[in-house]
Ligand binder design. Sequence first.
Ligand code: IYR
Length: 223
Amino acid sequence: MPKAQQRFILYERVQYSQAEMIQRSRDFYHFMDKRRTVRNFSDQPVPLEVIENILLAASSAPSGAHKQPWTFCVVGQPGLKRKIREAAEKEEYQNYHGRMSDEWLADLATFGTDWHKPFLETAPYLIIVFKKAYDLVDGEKKKNYYVNESVGLATGFLLAAIHNAGLASLTHTPSPMNFLQEILERPENERPFLLIPVGYPAEEAQVPDISRKELREVMVLYE
Ligand code: IYR
């Protein structure tokens, strides 16, 4: 097989002075530190164009061999949201009534979660992230690489983009979530990865009073 020739172009670098770097990195940290997982959404509509921009930002994430092995399903249709809620609650009921260990339930106690998932209908959009285990090109299987890492990175970009737009998100993991593949009629190469309700937070939305690990707990310096 002939070796594919990739054309190279000059890298458009973004450059700042050291002082600017310090300021920007600090500002970005403070901005990102304001992101919280929100479980109470307003039903106020969100322009689809915002969602489209958010998804373009997510899709700019690096991926194994630049395969971009993801699909983002955007669900705004009320009937479909209801279907998803019903299926998710059915699984979650089982999770909270026997499938999750006592240790797991104790770890979740802080967050006040239970099997009820009203946000799946309230949030104006549900973004369901699918990972592509492999690509299907004209019915032929093509390999993807580092799929979990790639889709995890894209989802991280996605959450940052949602926050940047001034919207709230929830990384929801109904389990098992193969019902999403059926309801959304996705092809066999796509597997559900995460379900992310997006919208404005409810007027009086509350979040748990938790803090984040300090730098010394997460950073090990070898200098
Ligand atoms: N998937 C369940 C349980 C749950 C699990 C973890 I780990 C969380 O951080 C939060 C919830 C649910 O969505 O309720």
